[in-house]
Structure formats: C-alpha cells, structure tokens
Ligand binder design. Sequence first.
Ligand SMILES: NC(=O)c1ccc[n+]([C@@H]2O[C@H](COP(=O)([O-])OP(=O)(O)OC[C@H]3O[C@@H](n4cnc5c(N)ncnc54)[C@H](O)[C@@H]3O)[C@@H](O)[C@H]2O)c1
Length: 250
Amino acid sequence: MDLWHCASVVTGAASGLGAETARYLAEAGARVTLIDIDAAGVAAVADEVGGLAIPCDVADAGAAEAALKTAREAHGAARVLVHCVGRAHPQKIVDNDAPMPLDDFRQLVEVNLISTFNMTRLVAADMAHLPRGQSGERGVIISTASGSAYEGQSGEAAYAASKGGVVSMILPAARELGALGIRVVGIAPGLFGTPTLFAMESNLDSRVVHSIPFPQRFGDPAEFAMLVMHVIANVMINGTVLRLDGGYHR
Ligand SMILES: NC(=O)c1ccc[n+]([C@@H]2O[C@H](COP(=O)([O-])OP(=O)(O)OC[C@H]3O[C@@H](n4cnc5c(N)ncnc54)[C@H](O)[C@@H]3O)[C@@H](O)[C@H]2O)c1
C-alpha cells in the first residue's frame, strides 16, 4: 500500500508504541490522525509529526464514532488503523483474603479488548466504502496484543485474558473482512521500554532482561513501528499475530 497521503489512524498515539508508529507513518507521507485519552500528550505528538490530534476514550462507542467522523472529514476514510491503546495493571485475584473487585477486571477488558473490537468494527465499516487499491486491498487493521496472551504471569490474569481476546479476534476478523479486501493482523510485543511495561513489571530487574534469548534488552518502540510498516507493505500478512519479543517467553 502506498502511504503517500494515505489516511491513517493510530490509537494510543500519545505515548510509547503508538507515538513512534505515528512518527513512522508521518515520515512515510501518510495523513495521520492520532487518538488518545491523554489530550495534552496526543496534542504534543500530533504537533511534532504534523498530524491531527483527537482526544478520545476509544472504548466508548459514541466517542470513538465521533472521533473517526472528525478524522474522516479531515483526511478521508482511513486505509490504515494501528490500534495501540492498552493499559496494564497487575493485580492478584485474591489479595489479603479479598477477591479482586470485578470492576477492575471489567476496566482492563474495556480498555484492551472492547476498544480493539470497537475500533475494528468502526474503521472496517468505513474502509468497506473505499475503492480497492492495486492489489485489491481496501485497508489494513493492526491491533496490539501481548506476549502475556500466551504466557501471562501471576498477577496478570485480567491483562492476559484481555489480550487473549485480542489474539482470538484476529483470524475470524480477517476471514470475514477479507471478503471486503481488508486485512487484520495482530502484533504481540514482548518487553518494550514504555510506561505500560513499567506499570506491569514494577520490579523489573536485570534477570528479566537476561531471560530474553536475544537481544537481551527491552525492545525499542522504533522496532515495533518498523514491523507495522512492513505489515502495511506486505499484503500476504493477514489473519495472524506476529510475536515481537526477541524470543522471550515469560
Ligand atoms: N510496552 C510493552 O512492553 C508492551 C508489551 C506487550 C504489549 N504491549 C501493548 O502495546 C500497546 C501500547 O503500549 P505502550 O507500551 O506503548 O503503552 P503506553 O502506556 O506508552 O501507551 C498506551 C497509550 O494508550 C492510551 N490509552 C489508554 N487507555 C485509553 C483509552 N481508553 N482510550 C484512548 N487512549 C487510551 C494511554 O493514554 C497511552 O498514551 C498496549 O496495548 C500494550 O498493552 C506493550
């Protein structure tokens, strides 16, 4: 897909993997809409890359629909969605004899899983009206899972379950939306040096890094953005979740 002037939406764009992806897309000439619940943060990144900032809670159906309408009016319907919104909050199922509040579980599922489905359905409905490109493609939707979907740690039951839902959604969504010329792909990062990582792994130490086969360091958000760019370019990548973790299995 030619990214020159291509309408693209990045969520979670105020920080970490989403912010770096927005930088790469803008550098390639795309018209980038940056969405995040952090209004000041997303405005700063949008300013830096020359994109459109929209503060929005993407788990909220009405707010996300309004945000995409604003994006569509500015840039046209998106051919690329990179959904990087996510939140991590380690919490025990039973802590000091008390059960984890069910609303805490619900909140992580809202932010990580429901937001992914919400953005997928809204963006795909818009993409369906776009003319097909040279390869017959209308667009690509890339969502962010996590290595925790496969090997969640103690204290990660809610986060892992929410990301497991993202992994499970990719293939059936690709099967359905393929008929419309829309690809659906997931990326499951390992350990990347961003605020989410440090929220999840409060006691990160050198032993964690040494358990990564190679390279023994945190991933750089640029390495995530590079994979996003390849997925966009390579039309054969579809219906799969790509692990990006240096071989790290928790
Ligand atoms: N960093 C890692 O090591 C790692 C590992 C595995 C998976 N991930 C996943 O990658 C994605 C990006 O994470 P990151 O490391 O860049 O985190 P980050 O904290 O740097 O960025 C996440 C962004 O999402 C935004 N956000 C949160 N809830 C939102 C909502 N409801 N609506 C709109 N915006 C919202 C935050 O404001 C923040 O800017 C997340 O889905 C995360 O779970 C990260």
